[in-house]
Ligand binder design. Structure first.
Ligand code: GUN
Ligand code: ZN
Length: 446
């Protein structure tokens, strides 16, 4: 190999996935290297393997030595609301009241480009400080929020997916578009951002309650026109929501039938929550390849219900996993796994830690159809990498003294870890933890 000046080498313990492991004995599904290295050039992974082998490929490359920490692909969050950074931890309501009392008033502020730009900086700092390198986001109804989101993503060279919510009823006037304006604005945003650098656009009718049939038709037209864009919405999160949807769409056989009727369903469709599904809806998921998204911290916080991961997987349906900030209560995909584990426990279902870490990396990347770019440490992938410290806190350190296996270590990270366990996050080969906005503000006020 010819070596250029841009080569850098990360050294540490390395965990990477090739499939979803059943348990630690399923060694075809993952690679674990005690003294490993990742060679990076121009934002991409050139080689991953033992330090001895990989360092020989670039003997003069500068080395960042992360030993004894664990290097793995950056985390992927498949459902998050960018305009809800100041909604997280709002007390006392279930879905529809929570939207009306807290969320909608807050989202009106994103009409302002300065507010949107400032919140985008905070949002992206929070993602990377929690080890998340790719997220699929709902922006507000305003194109200003979409511009702020993708401008910030481009500044940081992050692979981000996002879109403006389409909503033309059952919301404050300042948050409503029209069928035509939502179509025009979405089209303009796709033209501006989809495929620009690492950005992808997701067509985003918020949910059936906030879209008229005319707007759903426009959403369907956009999906037909832009088949390579993602599509996202919410499905069967809460019983009152389901009942209201049935009133608004009386001809639909069930909730999913609304989205099905307007041609929204395909493997590019992400359906947040998907908790209270009827047998016909599960058949439709199987037939269309549309993907449920498990949002454990949010589902517990809003008292929405228990996601049936094993039941859906038994039908061959692949589920994504996500934070759903701001109904979700942590930006951390580790904490998302923690709460997810408990949701499955309540249903006598199991989440092995190796499967859990596959889920938030390669698993979510596969759901997005992006596993050739993100979610693994395979050569040719973008160098989005998280460095984890399993002894980051007093409690973790004490528990680690009794850990004998990789699975045990991963479970400790999953149950006790959060941003304190994220030693560093690399986005396209660049270290991101330094210089975030909060540290700048703290410095200025010191
Ligand atoms: N359904 C429609 N909008 C939202 C939202 O912002 N958060 C959640 N959790 N559910 C929704
Ligand atoms: Zn949501």
């Amino acid at each position: 190999m010819t070596q250029t000046d841009q080569h850098t080498l990360l050294r540490g313990r390395i965990l990477d996935f090739h499939a979803s492991p059943q348990d630690e004995a399923d060694t075809d599904a993952y690679s674990y290297i005690e003294d490993g290295a990742i060679l990076i050039a121009d934002g991409k992974i050139i080689a991953t393997g033992t330090f001895a082998k990989v360092s020989a490929l670039a003997p003069t490359a500068p080395i960042t030595d992360h030993r004894p920490h664990l290097l793995m692909p950056g985390f992927i969050d498949t459902h998050v609301h960018f305009p809800q950074v100041q909604v997280i931890a709002s007390w006392g309501a279930q879905l529809l009241d929570w939207l009306n009392n807290y969320t909608f008033p807050e989202e009106t502020r994103f009409e302002s480009p300065t507010h949107s730009a400032l919140m985008a900086r905070h949002f992206f700092d929070l993602l990377t400080s929690h080890g998340t390198t790719t997220a699929v986001s709902y922006c507000s109804v305003h194109t200003t929020s979409v511009d702020a989101y993708f401008t910030e993503a481009a500044r940081r060279n992050m692979c981000m997916i996002g879109g403006k919510v389409m909503m033309d009823r059952n919301a404050p006037g300042a948050l409503m578009d029209t069928p035509q304006s939502s179509y025009d604005d979405t089209k303009a945003m796709i033209g501006k951002w989809h495929g620009a650098g690492r950005a992808h656009y997701t067509i985003t009718p918020r949910f059936a309650i906030t879209s008229t049939p005319e707007q759903m038709e426009m959403a369907g037209a956009l999906v037909a026109e832009y088949p390579d864009c993602f599509v996202q919405t919410h499905l069967s999160e809460n019983h009152d929501e389901i009942a209201y949807t049935a009133e608004l769409y009386p001809e639909a056989p069930d909730y999913l039938g609304v989205y099905e009727h307007y041609g929204l369903l395909s493997p590019k469709m992400l359906l947040g929550h998907s908790i209270h599904l009827k047998p016909r809806e599960i058949d439709v998921l199987v037939d269309t390849g549309a993907k449920p998204v498990f949002c454990p911290t949010s589902n517990l916080f809003l008292g929405s219900g228990l996601f049936d991961d094993a039941g859906l997987r038994a039908r061959g349906i692949e589920n994504a996993i996500a934070t759903d900030i701001g109904a979700g209560t942590s930006y951390s995909m580790l904490q998302t796994l923690n709460e997810g584990y408990k949701v499955l426990q309540l249903q006598n279902q199991k989440m092995h830690p190796l499967r859990a870490f596959h889920w938030i990396t390669r698993g979510n990347a596969e759901i997005l159809g992006l596993a050739d770019r993100i979610g693994t440490l395979a050569p040719g992938s973008d160098a989005d990498i998280v460095v984890l410290d399993s002894r980051a806190t007093h409690a973790m350190d004490l528990r680690m003294q009794r850990a004998d296996s990789l699975s045990e270590e991963l479970f400790i990270l999953q149950m006790l870890g959060d941003d304190r366990a994220v030693e560093e996050t690399y986005v396209a080969g660049q270290a991101m933890k330094e210089g975030n906005l909060r540290s700048e503000i703290l410095l200025q006020s010191a």
